[in-house]
Design a protein around this ligand. Sequence first.
Ligand SMILES: [Zn+2]
Length: 63
Amino acid sequence: MPTKRFNARYGRKPKTKFAKVEKQHRGKKKCPYCNKVNVKRLAAGIWECGKCDVKFAGKAYTF
Ligand SMILES: [Zn+2]
């Protein structure tokens, strides 16, 4: 059935996208204030720069 084949195709796409986003979660982020890659996520939506000690809100996993 063509419908079944379509479902299998679309079922794979979000997984790939999710894996990409998941990869972005790891590692440090670049601080928009001092431009140092020293920003850690404190909590969902809260980020802290280890260099200039600024805390700022962002999206849960990215700025
Ligand atoms: Zn900073």
